[in-house]
Design a protein around this ligand. Structure first.
Ligand code: 4NP
Length: 144
């Protein structure tokens, strides 16, 4: 299973989702390939936001080696599932889809809700991390 996690900057939410899902799937020896990308390109090549690195670490996950990448059209072919954090991400990713097959790979990470963007609110990092962790565990159960 190859899963791409997508948010806006690829430095706060989707790195958490990538790191947590990779960790949990590794624990189950699933050989899943998890990555992440942003619909915006401002942070390409950068490490995750220090606040995400810290909150991940506090919850037992290491995301410090990740580097931000910009979502692009090739990624539809490279992944089985593209999980987006909010409805703006959904719109931006679907705008780049060329086929129905591409479109069907794209889903909201929370199914019918959004992961709040914590970039401008320090207090959101911990609840966002816990929400992402809980959802990753659920998705893992659903897909195995
Ligand atoms: P993310 O958060 O989409 O969860 O990575 C953001 C990171 C950076 C910006 C916005 C959101 N930004 O405007 O630079």
């Amino acid at each position: 299973m190859k899963i791409l996690m997508v948010c806006l900057g690829n430095i706060c939410r989707s790195p958490l989702a990538e790191g947590i899902m990779q960790h949990l799937s590794n624990q189950q020896q699933l050989n899943w390939e998890i990555s992440s990308a942003g619909t915006g390109d401002w942070h390409v090549g950068q490490s995750p936001d220090q606040r995400s690195i810290q909150v991940a670490k506090a919850n037992g996950y290491d995301i410090g080696n990740q580097r931000a990448q910009h979502f692009n059209q090739n990624m539809f072919a490279q992944y089985d599932l593209i999980l987006v954090m909010d409805r703006n991400n959904l719109k931006d990713v679907l705008n780049l889809a060329k086929t129905n097959e591409d479109k069907q790979k794209v889903k909201l990470f929370l199914n019918d809700d959004e992961v709040n963007d914590p970039y401008y609110d320090n207090a959101l990092f911990n609840p966002v991390c816990l929400q992402i962790e809980e959802r990753c565990k659920h998705i893992l159960k659903e897909l195995t």
